[in-house]
Design a protein around this ligand. Sequence first.
Ligand code: C5P
Length: 303
Amino acid sequence: MTAPSITVRCPAKVNLSLRVLRRRPDGYHDLDVVFQAIDLWDTLEVRPDSELRLTCSDSSLPTDESNLVIRAAALLRGRLGRGDEGARLHLDKTIPVEGGLGGGSSNAAGTLLACSRIWGLQPTDLDLQEMARELGADVPFFLTGGTAKGAERGDLITKLDDLGPVPILLGVPPFGMSTAEVFQACSARLTLPQNGVSLRLVSPHKWLTENDFGSMVNDLEGVVFDQWPTLKQFRDGLIEEGALGALLSGSGSTVYGIFRDHHTMRNADRELRARFTNWKVLPTRAVKTGTHFLVADDGRGGR
Ligand code: C5P
C-alpha cells in the first residue's frame, strides 16, 4: 500500500515596499520590506519514502540539492530528525520562476511544514524560523503570510494588519532576473555610510492604514528599470490604466499594480495584454494566509 500523502499550498508574494538600508559584512543587505501574499499558488505533495526524491511539473527546474525543496528537507532531517528519513515530493509549479514572486522560498517553507508532519517531528516556531532564515531571506515570510514586515535581511518578520483582498494585476515579462545580480548592481550604486541609514523611510503603517498606495517604493527599481526599460513601460502602463500604485516586485522581473476594484483591473488587464503581447498578465488578489496544508489523508488540515 502506498503511504498516505499530504499536500501544502505555497503562495506567491509581492513586495509592497522594499527599502535597501545598508550593506552587511556577510554580503547581504539590511532591508525594510513589506511582503504581501497573493492568490497564486504552487502545490507540493509529500509522502514518506526510503530516500529523498523530488519531481516537478516544470522540467526546466533542477530536482537535485540545488532546489530549495531538497535543501529544506535535508536541513530539517539533519537538525531534528534521525538522519535517515526519506520523502517523495512532487512540486506542481504555477508561480513564475525568477519573477520576484518568492516561489522557491514559499516551496521551501512548505517543505519544512510537510516533512515535519510526515516524519513526526515537532519543530517549535523558533526552530522553523531559524531553519527558514538559513534557507533564504524570503523564506520566513511564507511561514506567516498575509501582510508582514521584514527587517534585517528581510527575514525578521512582524505581522501587520491584513490589507484585505485588494485586486492586484501581475505583469511577468518573458525573462527572469537573478536576485544576487540585481542586489550587486544596486549595491555598486549605493553611497550608503557603513552603518548608517541614509534613505528616507516610508512608514508602512501609515500607508497601510490610509491605503496610500501612491507612496509605494522599491529601491531596486532604479537599476532594474535602467537595464530593462520595458519593465518601467509596463509599470507606467498600470498607472495609466488606473492602478492606485504600481511597483517592481522584489528584484523583479514581475511588475504589479494594485487596483481599487475588479472592474478597473479587468480593463487594465485587457489593455496591457494587447500592448505587451509576449508578457504573462495575471489578475490576482491579496490573501491572508501563508504556506498551509490543503489535504491530509489522515483528515488533519491547517498548519
Ligand atoms: O537569501 P536569498 O538566497 O534569496 O538571496 C539571494 C541573493 O540576493 C543573495 O545571495 C544576496 O546576493 C542578495 N540579497 C541581499 N540582501 C538581502 C537579500 C538578498 O543582498 N537582504
